[in-house]
Design a protein around this ligand. Structure first.
Ligand code: NAD
Length: 297
């Protein structure tokens, strides 16, 4: 069993670290928040009082941090992971961050002779708790194979997306599709209802026709259609609109840097920006249906 240093024990990282403990690994965890440290301790993680203490003797380092600047600081900053690790640890960053930061941290790790993976996840807090996340992984084949046993403990699937940063590219592209899909569904179900077509009837038809998509089948924004959808719980997340906005902005950042036109992605980012700035960033992302209807909470 491995000695693992876990950095960032928040809503996602906390339960992921606990799942590694349950699989028999020795996990030393560090978070700036005392409450996060305490919660992870209750799950069997050993809390330590610095990043260096968590990673010094680690064979594997896993991080789950808010954004690119946190990840850059944590790995390449003074007293950070790359300075503190003593052996040749395998480094796995599971945060959702911008592609450039991911690639910069890969380069810094490579310069120190360390194997690094960007491995953002899909599946949310429930997936982190249940160990059913999907990992999209960028980095070398050898590192991916070495990481597989740990990823399998925290998730149900891990796909190697290719070179450094490609995990983040996959995450940004996937969630751009999800955001655009949710807006398309919201417009269609609203139009149907306003024209006298029962939304349930539209679902019965579209779910078996060419308009069907994952968001319609699983996160339908109209209450009463898909039992498990957040629309039946007053749009409590689920997947918060603020998180969707973050991911859409990461996709726009990647598109601009690549000189790539993504007009629908840009529109989705703008619309989710209005929704979040109106005070609904904590609602499920499917709640944007109410904004499209002009029928706010
Ligand atoms: P969170 O805010 O609950 O957790 C982040 C934790 O990092 C916090 O506890 C914070 O104190 C800690 N932290 C920040 N800087 C630190 C540092 N320098 N050292 C140690 N700890 C530090 O956020 P979360 O929901 O757990 O999300 C984490 C990442 O996972 C984000 O990149 C997010 O986009 C991604 N993600 C989240 C979800 C979700 O549904 N919550 C789903 C998929 C991906």
């Amino acid at each position: 069993m491995a000695r693992i240093g876990f950095i960032g024990l928040g809503n996602m990282g906390g339960p992921m670290a606990v799942n590694l403990v349950k699989a028999g690994h020795a996990v030393l965890g560090f978070d700036l928040s005392a409450a996060a440290q305490e919660k992870a301790r209750q799950g069997g993680v050993t809390p330590v009082d610095s990043m260096a203490a968590a990673v010094q003797e680690a064979e594997v380092v896993v991080s789950m941090l808010p954004a690119g600047r946190h990840v850059r600081d944590a790995y390449a900053g003074e007293g950070g992971i790359l300075e503190s690790v003593q052996g040749a640890a395998l480094l796995i960053d599971c945060s959702t961050i911008d592609v450039d930061s991911a690639r910069a941290v890969h380069e810094a790790a490579k310069a120190k002779g360390m194997e690094m993976l960007d491995a953002p996840v899909s599946g949310g807090v429930a997936g982190a708790e249940q160990g059913t996340l999907t990992f999209m992984v960028g980095g070398g084949e050898q590192g991916f194979e070495a990481a597989r046993p740990y990823l399998e403990v925290m998730g149900k699937a891990a796909v190697h997306a290719g070179a450094a940063g490609n995990g983040q590219v996959a995450k940004a592209c996937n969630n751009m599709v999800l955001g655009i899909s949710m807006l398309a569904i919201s417009e269609a179900f609203n139009l149907a209802e306003k024209q006298g077509l029962d939304p349930e009837k539209l679902f019965e038809i579209s779910s078996q026709a060419s308009g069907s998509c994952w968001a319609m089948l699983n996160h339908n924004p109209v209450p009463g259609i898909v039992e498990t959808a957040a629309s039946n719980r007053d749009y409590e997340p689920g997947f918060a609109a603020g998180m969707m906005l973050k991911d859409l902005r990461l996709a726009q950042d990647a598109a601009q840097r690549a000189g790539c036109s993504t007009p629908l992605g840009a529109e989705a980012a703008a619309l989710y920006g209005i929704f979040c700035n109106s005070g609904y960033e904590g609602k499920d992302y499917s709640g944007i249906y109410r904004m499209i209807r002009g029928d706010w909470f």
